[in-house]
Design a protein around this ligand. Structure first.
Ligand SMILES: Cc1cc2nc3c(=O)[nH]c(=O)nc-3n(C[C@H](O)[C@H](O)[C@H](O)COP(=O)(O)O)c2cc1C
Length: 385
């Protein structure tokens, strides 16, 4: 049931009907689209009524979230004759609906005394682990360096607070002034069009968050071999993984022998063709094993906690991920495989007595660059009490 105020509902319907031709669809589809828009607006009205919050403050300016009361100001900025050639204008229904859109964040740029001087809209808010778009920036006061200061604040917010690995923005081809400013504050002209697309990666190379969010499971490898030195390097890094009472029970058996890899692929994948193919084409198969009976145990052999043997796999998991991140940092690809016949693998690679195979990790130089499978967001994963 839509509870939009009647006046707003009517105005919205009139607006949508007026632009009917931009939605080429059947009458039923159009009716559904119109109803969805009204629902979005209802959601937007609720979100837009919440009090603004400051995202970040600089020397002269602050960026805060916008609310419905800012709508006249935002419209004024977008329709300002100086901005009109470069900036789009969101009609009222669209603006309201976008307040409820979790992918967008509408903001106000204001002086520290609270005087609003511009608008800033972020997009791709639901995939900030990959990137964040600065969708719109428009100021009414130009020539004071406010644009640069705003962009620097936006970068700090994006990288230091949100932790996104990449901030990007688009601009109109002829907006040379904006292009100059973007370059001056560190954006790089990028593909597909160096005039209209600019991006900036989180500083510090592939460190920190970028390392975590850009690691992908790699299932196809080039034929290039991985040197023994590189393998030792990766294991030395993985050894820094935390472990139960620093027991360090994870061990690494690197299978590089092609015939042995082929046998493991054929005989140990329990008929799971997908994993058979991955292993068969990997230059290295890393077999992670764990020394039994230590992680989670007391010296007398009893369990320390009610979780029993659980901590052994827990430690192996941390070690495995640390290993995969170390490989990623060196430009190598990995994938953890959980479906395999443990007893057969153990026999083929001669796992020492008293150890269990925890996971198989094919390793090599990537021959693919897959996109990240969709991730849940903090709103679903995080509870703050
Ligand atoms: C414990 C575990 C077992 C997995 N087993 C398999 C597997 O048997 N085969 C496979 O192709 N991928 C396997 N994966 C990889 C996941 O499918 C992958 O991590 C997930 O889809 C997310 O993709 P990403 O690693 O690229 O972010 C496994 C991952 C984990 C952590």
């Amino acid at each position: 049931m839509n509870r939009l105020p009647a006046e707003l509902r009517e105005a919205t319907c009139a607006f949508l009907d007026h632009h009917r031709e931009t939605h080429p669809s059947t009458t039923e589809e159009y009716a559904a689209f119109r109803e969805a828009m009204l629902q979005d607006m209802q959601q937007g009205l609720a979100v837009g009524s919440t009090a603004p919050r400051t995202l970040i403050e600089g020397q002269r300016l602050r960026i805060r979230t916008a609310c419905l009361a800012d709508e006249p100001f935002m419209r004024g900025v977008e329709l300002d004759p100086d901005n009109r050639p470069w900036v789009g204008h969101w009609p009222l229904p669209w603006r309201i609906a976008r307040f409820g859109d979790r992918n967008m964040l509408q903001c106000i740029i204001e002086k520290r005394d609270g005087t609003p001087i511009g608008i800033l809209i972020f997009s791709d808010m639901s995939i900030t682990h990959e990137k964040l778009q600065l969708k719109r920036i428009a100021l009414i006061k130009k020539g004071h360096g406010y644009g640069k200061e705003t962009l620097c604040l936006a970068q700090r917010w994006a990288f230091e607070i949100i932790g996104t690995p990449q901030l990007y923005l688009g601009t109109k081809e002829h907006n040379l002034r904006a292009q100059c400013i973007y370059k001056a504050v560190g954006f790089t002209p990028g593909m597909p069009d160096p005039c209209t697309y600019f991006y900036m990666n989180k500083p510090h190379g592939k460190g920190g968050t970028l390392m975590l969010t850009t690691r992908r499971s790699i299932r196809r490898f080039t034929g290039e071999a991985v040197s023994p030195e590189m393998l030792a390097n990766l294991v030395n890094t993985a050894a820094y993984a935390p472990s139960w009472k620093n027991s360090q029970t994870t061990r690494y058996i690197a299978v590089t022998d092609k015939a042995l890899i082929a046998r493991i692929a054929e005989e140990c994948t329990m008929g799971f063709e997908h994993n058979r193919g991955i292993i068969a084409n990997s230059p290295v198969l890393m077999v992670l094993t764990t020394v039994n009976g230590r992680s989670g145990y007391e010296r007398d052999g009893s369990f320390t906690t009610a979780k029993g043997t659980h901590w052994q796999s827990f430690d192996a998991g941390i070690a495995a991920q640390t290993f995969c991140l170390a490989a990623h940092e060196k430009g190598l690809g990995t994938v953890m495989l959980g479906i395999f016949d443990e007893a057969k693998v153990a026999a083929l690679v001669h796992v020492p007595e008293g150890q269990s195979v925890s996971v198989l990790i094919p390793l090599g130089y990537p021959a693919e660059a897959p996109n990240a499978p969709k991730r849940k967001g903090a709103e679903e994963l995080l509870t703050i009490l």
